[in-house]
Design a protein around this ligand. Structure first.
Ligand SMILES: [Zn+2]
Length: 384
């Protein structure tokens, strides 16, 4: 009994008879996507928590689901640019095999790249597998060892700790913007960043700060810390200044080479100007900061960043933190966000506004900002 799907639309080559046994589980959907780092993501959605094994013989990945019935009207959502060329379902007794044909052999799939997610929102249980093309001798070895050792058993839910890199903007000779009362942006954002690190660590995340003291860092250096730590999310914290002293509120930005509006472009220019500050004795720690991203990767990173940023804006609003007039999420070419790590630049408020300046200095308001960001990170769907 075979159902085969090729390309972007479903082509049913054989009609699957309704299954005679009463399976505990049933297949809902299969979809593929492109992930940062040139990875292909395969998502298998089932009505109940799946019991599964995975093997990946040459140019295939085979997922065997026990006690599961096929979906006779399956129309997999096949993204362009993945390694998957076709998906086939094979029902054998109460076992359902999902076979993905691949354009190339793949590298060994590390345990943390196989995730089992509980239902949320519109999604049922999801088995998520990320993999990438293998190269040269390495791939051949993996492939042959896989044929000898047919199935990689994954019986327990893989626990993966997500990594968050928190970037306190400015520092050292670069104070950032300065409030009427003399409050420096670099001081406020470092204080919030440290509190955020503590709270996120307590909530079970791996956390790193780009700077933990009053140090100047180039923007690319900050971005490359996100890369080096293999961060899942990069958060750059800032506070704003506006020629109009009455302007207040937070605003949230993601990377785009074209700004969403003139104000966003001006802000990006101001934040990017941090790199123009001359600091003698500074050693370039990473010259090659322009990571060559394929357009598909850029698209995936941008989509994940916007998803995070929207969730972040909604947590801020829920916490009744004043929002700067304008859209929830804006886009601009912020150098600090230029990487393969999804992320956002959060302007916590306006130091140019007297009342907001004193709020930003207060421990209680900083705690409120931190609590909202923690919620936004917890609510963010890191996997799909
Ligand atoms: Zn700033």
């Amino acid at each position: 009994m075979l159902l085969k799907v090729t390309g972007l639309t479903a082509v049913i080559v054989a009609t699957l008879p309704r299954v005679a046994f009463a399976a505990r589980n049933s297949l809902r959907t299969v979809r593929t996507g492109v992930q940062p780092g040139n990875k292909t993501r395969l998502v298998i959605e089932t009505s109940a928590r799946p019991s599964y094994s995975i093997s990946y013989p040459n140019n295939q990945i085979v997922i065997t689901l026990s006690n599961t019935s096929a979906n006779h009207s399956l129309a997999p959502a096949m993204a362009a640019g993945t390694l998957v060329t076709a998906i086939t379902q094979v029902q054998s007794g109460d076992k359902l095999q999902i076979i993905a044909d691949l354009a190339q052999p793949i590298k060994q799939i590390p345990r943390e790249s196989i995730m089992l997610l509980n239902p949320n929102g519109d999604n049922d249980y999801r088995l998520v597998i990320d993999f990438m093309a293998g190269t040269g001798a390495n791939a051949a070895t993996v492939a042959s060892s896989q044929t000898n050792n047919t199935a990689v058993k994954q019986k327990t839910t893989p626990a993966r700790k997500y990594t968050i890199v928190i970037d306190a903007g400015h520092g050292g000779k670069d104070p950032g913007c300065i409030g009427k009362g003399g409050t420096k942006e670099k001081v406020i954002v470092l204080s919030v960043a440290k509190k955020l690190k503590d709270k996120l660590s307590a909530a079970g995340f791996n956390t790193y700060l780009t700077r933990s003291d009053d140090t100047y860092l180039k923007l690319a250096q900050r971005a490359s810390i996100g890369e080096k730590k293999h961060a899942d999310l990069f958060l750059s914290l800032h506070a704003n200044a506006n020629p109009s002293r009455s302007m207040k509120g937070f605003s949230i930005y993601t990377l785009s080479e074209k700004a969403s509006d003139e104000e966003a472009q001006k802000l990006a220019d101001a934040e990017n100007a941090a790199d123009k500050i001359d600091v003698s004795g500074f050693e370039q720690f990473d010259k090659d900061i322009r990571i060559a991203l394929s357009s598909l990767q850029q698209h995936a990173v941008a989509a994940m960043s916007v998803e995070y940023a929207k969730g972040c804006a909604s947590q801020f609003k829920r916490a009744k933190i004043t929002q700067q007039p304008g859209p929830d999420v804006r886009h601009a070419p912020f150098a600090v966000l230029r990487s393969t790590v999804p992320g956002a630049l959060i302007e916590l408020g306006h130091l140019s506004n007297a009342s907001e300046e004193s709020l930003l200095k207060s421990a209680s308001h900083q705690d409120k900002l931190v609590a909202a960001i923690v919620k936004s990170v917890q609510a963010y769907d890191f996997d799909v």
